[in-house]
Ligand binder design. Structure first.
Ligand code: ADP
Length: 497
């Protein structure tokens, strides 16, 4: 996997970089070589043109009788040797002379121009042509640069001079320059490969790290974290990934403790129930005690049913399947009704219930059934975690947009370190799992929190160990439907009149 990833990215980037580099080097190289070649030929041509003037001067002097033919021949021979060139001097309408010093020109010098060719050349020169590089291409591979000039006397063409120079040194120089460019290009390519390798490994490192760590995660080890890298994007990736890993770790821990808790919560009552039933069956518990133990078994069954119901509620709320059905109702009325269902327990524990409603009626917009469950869970806890003869205070007060509902008990309270966790699933302050009268499922408050969250409201907890707890939650305030009705009715009456 690691190698494949590197291979793909590396090879892709390398191909892209190399194509660009090669293309650029090739284009620049070709242009540079062509330029050097042209420059070399132009320079040589200018030199030959200058020398053509000298040759023309010599021939003119011969025509004028200033110089003998023999003297002129020596001078032309010298020039030819100096330039390692072939000089052809054609008398218009007559024969031609050839001057050269090295053997390579001998064969080429034999290629004399016909009358026709000569007159064509004369007209070419008159038309302004000065040079050609293909003069001997039909008989030799030697790269030759030919410059020509027309000598005239009183406006009449007398001689055509062709100055052929071997330009292979120019070509050789250009070739060696091209080789050097090629070498530099190779070096550039090598540097590009190293740079691409470095860049891709830096770029792909976070991917590999993520990949390796994901593999660890898939084995259930959520402790590995990606080291924060040097590039901005990789740092972002690492931070996001690590944050996700933290969440996964928490989720996994929650899941594990959830499963452990559920199993434990179900196993303990099942084991005790089986114990009692077996004891009844084998006679360890006599028929006279049946009533007592059947009572215990029943209460355990109730507890289990309650837990399974809680679990189902929680699962439903968390999966978002329970859409909240908003309606307008009087929260004070709901509190009174809920309290009635606790009447027996309140009476049994001789609790003093203190109700403080700021307004007689307090209308809210919420899901009646769900808020009823919130109240039940909170009041149940308040009773459960308070000693006998203590007080339970329930208060509501309305602000402009919100209604505050608080349920306060003066019971055992919650230690400071547990307060942030009591809304977590299965969180219980008293860690002992021995079923006692008090012990619940640890799900009640998480259900409360999810319901309040779903309503887009808040719930807070203030608690002091040994002194009691106050749970306060908010609800959306709604206008009183009666007043609304009265207003509507008034308007109607007005309408009839
Ligand atoms: P349970 O079903 O165990 O009551 P909850 O989610 O309702 O589960 O509560 C979680 C834990 O918070 C309880 O186990 C208990 O320790 C603590 N708790 C909740 N309400 C109160 C309260 N009013 N007074 C003291 N402790 C409380």
């Amino acid at each position: 996997m690691r190698r494949d990833l590197l291979k793909t990215l590396f090879s892709r980037m390398l191909t892209a970089y190399l194509t660009i580099t090669l293309g650029l080097v090739l284009a620049i190289g070709v242009a540079l070589v062509a330029m050097l070649r042209e420059q070399g030929v132009r320079q040589k041509s200018a030199e030959l043109q200058r020398e053509l003037l000298a040759i023309g001067g010599v021939e003119t002097e011969v025509v004028q009788g200033v110089k003998s033919r023999a003297q002129a021949d020596i001078e032309l021979q010298t020039i030819a040797r100096h330039y390692d060139a072939l000089i052809d001097v054609y008398h218009v309408g007559g024969a031609g002379e050839h001057y050269y010093s090295t053997e390579k020109w001998r064969i080429l010098s034999a290629r004399t121009m016909t009358e026709e060719e000569l007159s064509k050349l004369v007209s070419d020169i008159t038309a302004g042509q000065k040079q050609t590089t293909h003069y001997f291409s039909d008989v030799s591979d030697l790269p030759v640069l030919t410059n020509y000039a027309l000598l005239t006397q009183n406006g009449v063409a007398t001689h055509v001079v062709l100055f052929h120079a071997d330009i292979s040194p120019v070509y050789t120089a250009v070739r060696s320059a091209a080789m050097q460019i090629g070498l530099i290009a190779m070096l550039g390519l090598l540097i590009a490969i190293v740079a691409v390798y470095y860049t891709t490994t830096t770029l792909t490192r976070p991917f590999m790290e993520v990949n390796e760590i994901v593999q660890q995660y898939s084995k259930g080890d959520y402790n590995a974290r990606i080291p924060v890298s040097d590039t901005e994007e990789a740092t972002q990736l690492a931070l996001s990934f690590n944050a996700m890993a933290d969440q996964l770790k928490d989720l996994e821990a929650t899941r594990r403790s959830f499963v452990a808790n559920v199993s434990h919560e179900l196993r303990s009552p099942l084991t005790s129930m089986r114990g009692f039933l077996e004891a009844m069956q084998d006679g360890t518990i006599g028929p006279e005690d049946y009533g007592k133990y059947i009572g215990i078994v029943l209460s355990e069954t109730r507890r289990m049913t309650a837990m399974v119901n809680d679990l189902l509620d929680l699962a439903r709320i968390e999966s978002g399947k329970t859409a909240i059905k908003l309606e307008i109702f009087d929260i004070n009325e709901l509190i009174r009704r809920t309290l009635i269902t606790f009447e027996a327990r309140i009476y049994e524990r001789r609790m003093d219930v203190d109700i403080k409603f700021a307004q007689e009626q307090c209308y809210v917009e919420a899901d009646n059934a769900q808020i009823s469950q919130v109240l039940r869970n909170l009041i149940d806890n308040a009773i459960k975690y308070s000693p006998e003869d203590s007080k339970l205070r329930i208060a509501t007060y309305a602000l402009r947009r919100e209604v505050y509902v608080s349920i306060q008990d003066f019971g055992q309270g919650i230690p400071e370190e547990d307060v942030p966790h009591v809304f977590d699933r299965f969180y219980k302050v008293e860690k002992a799992h021995t079923p006692s009268k008090q012990s619940g499922t640890g799900l009640g408050l998480s259900i409360v929190k999810r319901i309040i969250d779903q309503h887009g409201q808040r719930i807070t907890l203030k608690s002091t160990k040994g002194k009691g707890s106050t749970f306060t939650f908010t609800l959306k305030r709604a206008p009183s439907p009666k007043r609304q009705q009265q207003q509507d009715g008034g308007r109607q009456r007005y309408g009839i009149q």
